[in-house]
Write a protein that binds this ligand. Structure first.
Ligand code: ASP
Ligand code: MG
Length: 425
């Protein structure tokens, strides 16, 4: 069996839903398929706005109506029959939304967020289920919360892998043998029965969870790009698509800030050697990219830019060497204020690190360490990474940039510079 994941862009309007049906009926698709779907288009952002207003005690009816209207229009285009059960299914979800919004309290933001934002995936999966059935493509809709158990880390639920795998294995193989399964990404449930979400963009991870637990032969993520590119085409010219790359390569790219697949998605697949295909839903027959157990001596350099960075350097006040105990207090403070080190460098009397320029966190860090160190900081800066660099790519990217710090290993070159905005490079 296989797992397919369709993101928000692949179900953003009626034509997109029809395209999903087209993809599911291609000869390359398997009859044994589990489909994970995200909320439609920008629905998650829309629901965040509605909830944000409700949380602040402000009027949210107009914003809610926008989300409702968006769904209704698509449903009207997809279903001619005004009495089709899809209408009642949507109505149920919106009634739940309205009732839940009325009970919103000005505390416990994250817990309440999950109860409301999760409705986006329920809506999209219900519409997809009914639409496919109406076109003669029989399928079984399941509520993924019956299968994905998390703890109560709201907005970033941590999966109970054992429970989840047991539950999935117990029920789903028998179902998927008979007909395709349609389910949601992004959401789960605690043992106590409260809905949780897995973090923004979490549907890829959900798809990987299902693929892992079902020991699927492959997972395909259908996107609006032709596959995995060596750079973001909005920022870089002449991008190339990788035909195949290794799991580790994909995980590292994500680590350096590539907006590819979240590392959480790749790890479970790597553990069970399940290939991950990234394909364009607009050109489903095109090859896309496969991330799997392959080996390449050398692949095309990939370019990653992290914007809005802050470079902090800590100097001892007495010109003394930076010791392990100094490093220890810097690391403790970074960890306490949840600042992730994007790059670091040590010298005799100073230690430098590059972090995301999150003002509140950086200020708190500086306040904490001001007694012990003389602190310099510089922002906003850009952090570039070239993975698998060669001399030509290095020269081309660094040319004309004012570099404040650089670092290279055998395969990776990174530098911090003042922002330039002559994109695409
Ligand atoms: N709908 C959720 C989001 O927009 C999850 C996802 O699309 O992966 O973040
Ligand atoms: Mg999305």
């Amino acid at each position: 069996m296989i797992v397919y994941k369709f993101g928000g862009a692949s179900v953003k309007n009626a034509a997109a839903f029809k395209n999903v049906l087209h993809i599911l009926t291609l000869p390359s698709a398997s009859e044994q398929v589990l489909v994970v779907v995200s909320a439609m288009g920008k629905t998650t952002n829309g629901l965040e706005k509605v909830f944000g207003l409700a949380y602040q005690g402000q009027e949210y009816a107009v914003a809610l109506q926008e989300t409702r209207h968006y769904h209704q229009e698509i449903v009207q285009e997809l279903f001619q029959d005004a009495k089709h059960p899809v209408h009642a299914a949507l109505q149920n979800q919106f009634t739940f939304l309205e009732n839940t919004l009325e009970t919103v309290q000005p505390h416990d933001f994250d817990r309440q967020y999950d109860q409301i934002i999760s409705v986006g995936e329920l809506l999209s999966s219900l519409i997809l289920h009914h639409f496919l059935c109406s076109q003669g493509f029989q399928n079984q809709w399941i509520d993924c919360r019956d299968y994905l158990r998390t703890d109560d880390t709201w907005r970033e639920g941590r999966l109970d892998w054992d429970w989840t795998e047991r539950q999935i294995q117990q029920d789903l193989p028998a179902i998927v043998e008979k007909q395709p399964i349609i389910t949601q990404g992004f959401i789960g449930r605690t043992a106590e029965g409260a809905t949780t979400t897995l973090g923004r963009e979490g549907s890829d991870f959900s798809a990987a969870i299902f693929a892992y637990c079902l020991q699927a032969t492959s997972l395909t993520i259908w996107k609006d790009v032709p596959g995995l590119l060596n750079a973001d085409p909005k920022l870089f010219r002449d991008t190339v698509r990788y035909e195949e790359i290794a799991y580790q390569e994909a995980i590292e790219m994500a680590y350096y800030g590539a907006s590819v697949i979240h590392p959480k998605t790749v790890q479970p697949l790597a553990q069970r050697c399940i290939p991950l295909h990234v394909k364009s839903f607009l050109h489903p027959d095109a090859p896309g990219t496969v991330i799997w157990n392959c080996q390449h001596a050398r692949i095309a350099p990939s370019f990653i830019l992290k914007q809005n960075q802050c470079l902090l350097s800590f100097h001892t006040k007495d010109f003394g060497f930076i010791s392990e105990s100094h490093l220890s207090s810097i690391f403790q403070a970074l960890s306490k204020h949840r600042l992730k080190i994007n790059l670091m460098q040590n010298s005799a009397i100073s230690f430098s690190t590059c972090v995301d320029a999150d003002d509140a966190r950086v200020e708190a860090l500086k306040a904490e360490l001001a007694q012990e160190f003389l602190i310099h900081y510089n922002q906003p800066l850009h952090l570039y990474t070239i993975k698998n660099y060669d001399q030509a790519s290095l020269e081309k990217l660094t040319q004309g940039k004012e570099i404040l710090l650089e670092q290279r290993s055998r395969l990776t070159f990174q530098f911090i510079c003042r922002p330039t905005d002559n994109f695409p490079h």
